[in-house]
Write a protein that binds this ligand. Structure first.
Ligand code: BES
Ligand code: ZN
Length: 617
């Protein structure tokens, strides 16, 4: 009798597990305002991309095939923006499709008719000249000035402008790609990459770990590879390779110290590609291949916290991903915290605290700028109907950091590290929103150790709560005293600045008294020649002050113009254009912008268009 029951039991188990296989439960995706896709109906799980990169007409053309998980749907919806859709197939046969109404931010929903057994779809398409992800560079805009260059920028919602895709961070796909480029050029992606050029310009890629669509990336140019260790290295144009290799030589140490903090690096390889200076960001954490601006190559390794930052995203962001752009602080706040910990582990507390203090000042200025809209100073945002770019400011980064640092100081570093390690492990290769994070925090840290903490105030309220951690830096206090002395005595004592690091110079320049006189700036420039600084960060903050205080010595106006024409890094150029605007010099800004705009990637151009109310027609 018992035996029969057992056999019967096994049979039932077998049948139920079989039927589960047939009707795979589809994970429940939450509503999100920046994608038309309906992943609860039908969702992509893998992409095969086959594209041709044509530099003559600046168009990418090809096909994107997807394996889909189909919840008996009659339609699958992809996001697309400024794409020409040529044909669509379902399981290898032509099918009907339509493009829904165009939305300024989101583009068009691409609605593809399928049936409930459809397992695969293919979209034949090409990009247009309106594409926002791609920047096609002429040889003149590159370091070596011989060949053209192309790079993509997917975050936040631009991947849909070069690939039709379900473009929500909640989606995760693996991908293979075949990319055809002119034979003098090399193609690299956020995937397993070639180390040398092929003779025919054909490249194949594999990304076997599931990633969100905003992390799909491609760069094409006359680039070379130089290894730093067996899992880290540099891609750059010939004239940049050695410089970049020297500047980022600590990359392997960074990966090792990151692993020691929060667990094994999940992506096997960590390479960096140094892009031309119009790249709109400092860095972009494309998996296996961080994209970086050349402006961090200062010659003295002083701006490499950017690499620590992008590396940290390999955990916070790429492994554990914000579910929606309203939860962006989960990506960036955690990453800044992690970045500071890597910097502290490798270079000590002084350096980490200086970086944190600079971020603290950025936060102060950002909050002051949001005086009219305090809502924007909350960590959890509501960006429905807005461009997710609106949330990409110092609040997510520096308030996010300050929250986590305050939490760390409250619970103690040991408990906090154990908690973070378990957070990454538990949520690896999945997405998380703010509410889920709060629940996880309560259960695994606060309730576990009976600690009270004002989490909700930090996350859901505007401004900064009273219990914020105090970030102090002895080095910066000395810098502040030095400023006072220079101004009081009307004299520069160069000895007082001896051995200053980039961070000290930046703090020095950013903290002049608001009524500092032009004579003081002349005196400082005469002593330190900041106008001609080779350090892009020091130059940038100095230019800002020159504009604030009407300083025109040392031919600085021409230098500012050159900088704005050459560099497209949004944070840098918007800081400078904002200074022009704040000081009622918008005409001067527009005169430069007219010359510079064509060198900018769309994300930078869009920001500056809005800032200066630039008339595009
Ligand atoms: N992921 C961001 C860049 C980004 C954010 C692109 C939002 C598109 C939308 C990247 O990790 C980043 O934060 N870059 C910073 C550098 C960092 C050291 C603060 C940058 O570009 O300045
Ligand atoms: Zn980041």
């Amino acid at each position: 009798m018992k035996k029969i029951a057992l056999v019967l039991g096994c049979l039932i188990l077998l049948i139920s597990s079989c039927s589960k296989k047939q009707h795979k439960p589809i994970p429940s995706y939450i509503e999100e305002p920046h994608s038309f896709s309906q992943p609860n109906e039908a969702v992509i799980t893998h992409m095969d991309l086959d594209i041709n990169v044509n530099f003559d007409n600046e168009i990418i053309q090809g096909k994107a095939s997807y394996l889909i998980e189909n919840n008996e749907a009659s339609q699958i919806i992809l996001d697309s923006k400024f794409l020409t859709i040529e044909n669509v197939q379902a399981d290898g046969k032509d099918t009907t499709f339509s493009l829904g109404n165009f939305d300024e931010q989101l583009g068009n929903p691409l609605k593809i008719d399928i049936n409930k057994s459809t397992k695969q779809i293919t979209v034949f398409y090409k990009t247009t000249h309106k594409t926002e992800a791609l920047q096609w560079l002429k040889p003149q805009q590159t370091a070596d000035k011989v060949h053209p260059f192309l790079f993509t920028q997917g975050q936040a919602i631009l991947t849909r402008t070069w690939i039709p895709i379900q473009d929500s961070p909640q989606i995760r796909i693996t991908y293979n790609a075949k990319v055809h480029v002119p034979s003098q050029l090399m193609a690299v992606m956020s995937a397993e990459n070639p180390k040398t050029k092929t003779s025919d310009g054909h490249y194949t890629f594999k990304m076997t770990q599931p990633i969100s669509p905003y992390l799909i990336a491609l760069a094409v140019g006359d680039i070379e590879y130089k290894a730093i260790s067996n899992r880290t290295g540099i891609y750059a144009e010939k004239s940049m390779v050695e410089k970049a290799h020297y500047e980022f030589s600590d990359m392997e140490n960074m990966v090792a110290s990151a692993e020691a903090l929060y667990g094994t690096y999940a992506w096997e390889q960590f390479d960096v590609i140094v892009l031309p200076p119009s790249f709109p960001f400092g860095g972009m954490e494309n998996p296996r291949l961080t994209f970086a601006t050349p402006t961090v190559i200062a010659g003295d390794k002083s701006l490499t916290s950017l690499i620590a930052h992008e590396l940290a995203h390999s955990w916070s962001g790429n492994l554990v991903t914000n579910a929606t752009w309203d939860d962006f602080w989960l990506n960036e706040g955690f990453t800044v915290y992690f970045e500071m910990r890597i910097m502290e582990a490798l270079y000590g507390k002084d350096r980490a605290n200086m970086l944190a203090r600079i971020g603290r000042q950025d936060l102060e200025e950002e909050i002051a700028g949001f005086k009219e809209s305090p809502e924007d100073t909350k960590l959890k945002l509501n960006l429905k109907g807005r461009n997710p770019d609106d949330g990409m400011n110092s609040i997510a980064y520096d308030k996010g950091y300050l929250f986590l640092r305050t939490l760390e100081e409250t619970v103690g570093r040991e408990k906090f590290d154990t908690f973070l390690k378990s957070y990454f492990k538990k949520h690896a290769f999945s997405t998380i929103n703010t509410e889920k994070f709060v629940a996880f925090l309560n259960k695994n840290l606060l309730e576990k150790y009976s600690i009270t903490f004002n989490t909700d105030e930090w996350i859901y309220n505007a401004g900064i709560p009273d219990n914020q951690a105090i970030i102090s830096s002895d080095k910066f206090e000395t810098v502040e005293k030095t400023i006072q002395q220079f101004v009081k005595t009307n004299m520069v004592d160069e000895a007082l600045t001896k051995g200053w690091t980039t961070q000290e110079w930046v703090h020095f320049v950013r903290n002049f008294p608001s009524d500092i006189k032009t004579e003081h700036l002349t005196m400082i420039d005469a002593a330190f020649n900041l106008t001609n600084s080779n350090n892009s960060y020091i130059a940038m903050v100095w230019y800002e002050q020159a504009i604030n205080h009407d300083y025109h010595g040392n031919n600085i106006d021409a230098k500012i113009e050159d900088f704005l024409i050459k560099v497209g890094r949004r944070w840098y150029v918007s800081t400078i254009y904002k200074a022009f605007k704040r000081n009622n010099k918008t005409d001067a800004a527009l005169a430069i912008y007219n010359k510079a705009r064509s060198n900018y990637h769309s994300v930078t151009a869009n920001t500056i268009d809005d800032l200066l109310a630039f008339n595009k027609d």
